[in-house]
Ligand binder design. Structure first.
Ligand SMILES: [Zn+2]
Length: 333
């Protein structure tokens, strides 16, 4: 079985001077990546999207798009006349990727999509995100019979939309690493006391990089995932946690992205038969995005990681106390 990808770059979903732009994918050359196969997909139906989003939200978004280019919130999130269609394609590409893995037609998968999704809540689009692609794919997997799913979100921002979609769903786990005190402001470590061991947020101080991530993936994520026992892992893959992303201040390098992606693939091998699906979220430097996507594919295919040497220029903070608190909060000791 092979590693597949779906590609929905939304060239027409564009707004002047906006960081979430088609050019984010300009340096990505999928044809040069060994061992991967393109997979066809179609736009998601409104029915499929409505498993996560309310009918009112979908109608409101469609109307905003039809009204032509404009800004719909302070993030700022933009829409154009083509954005509703682009958002359905991004959701459809994510569904196709996860379905192929759930059905055993592909070993694992990566949905490379725009617009991103993890900030989109059931009742509103926000934070550059229209439909919540990964939540739609995760819900579809649950409906199709996967007993439990785990979303791991290593985008630099908290995936408030995904967390909200699964707030009260005992079959869905959510683990997020994100920079503290930036958009959207949610994601405190003790923010979901009703869902210990299932909704797990790990806010990070600025400049937390490769060493911090390796440690918290080994000491926080791995025991939590092993205890939760998902049948499928979905990854909100944001490349804005790279140290020179223009919007944020975390500290991952491209080699660090490879290593944490590899840890996730190994974890999936250990606990859920290797079933893992990556879905693109943020990342606003085209070089980081291209290097990050190549790193994920190297992890998925078991190939040599790309030779990119771009270590962070910042020293890393000490996150020992946070790791201890996290392990106690989720009863992992
Ligand atoms: Zn982000």
């Amino acid at each position: 079985m092979s590693t597949i990808y779906t590609y929905a770059p939304a060239p027409e979903h564009a707004f002047p001077d906006h960081p979430e732009r088609p050019g984010r994918l300009d340096l990505l050359n999928l044809d040069a990546i060994p061992g991967i196969q393109s997979s066809p997909f179609s736009a998601a139906s409104v029915d499929e999207v409505s498993r996560i989003h309310t009918d009112g939200m979908i109608a409101q978004l469609e109307a905003a798009c039809q009204a032509g280019p404009g800004i719909i919130d302070y993030a700022p999130t933009f829409v154009t006349a083509k954005s509703f269609e682009s958002a359905l394609l991004a959701a459809g590409a994510s569904l196709a990727a996860s379905r192929a893995v759930v059905k055993g037609q592909a070993k694992n998968a990566f949905a490379i999509v725009r617009p991103p999704g993890h900030h989109a809540e059931p009742e509103r689009a926000m934070g550059f995100c229209l439909f919540n692609n990964i939540a739609i794919a995760a819900q579809d997997a649950l409906v199709s019979g996967v007993e439990r799913i785990l979303v791991v979100d290593y985008d630099a921002h908290h995936g408030n939309g995904t967390e909200k979609a699964f707030w009260n769903n005992p079959r869905a786990g959510y683990f997020s690493t994100h920079q503290e005190n930036i958009y959207p402001g949610s994601g405190a470590m003790d923010g979901a006391p009703h869902a210990k061991g299932r909704i797990a947020d790990f806010p990070l101080p600025a400049y937390a990089g490769d060493k911090c991530f390796f440690r918290l993936f080994d000491e926080a994520l791995a025991p939590l995932a092993k205890s939760f026992q998902p049948g499928l892992i979905l990854v909100s893959a944001g490349f804005d946690a790279h140290w020179n992303d223009p919007l944020t201040s975390l500290g991952l390098s491209s080699a660090g992205y490879y290593a944490i992606s590899r840890k996730l693939v190994d974890l999936a091998d250990e606990i859920c038969g290797g079933k893992i699906v990556f879905v693109l979220e943020g990342g606003y430097d085209p070089r980081n995005v291209a290097n990050g996507i190549r790193a994920v594919f190297a992890a998925l295919t078991g190939s040599e990681p790309p030779r990119v040497d771009d270590p962070s220029i910042h020293p890393e903070p000490d996150i020992s106390k946070r790791v201890d608190f996290f392990r106690k909060w989720h009863a992992l000791d």
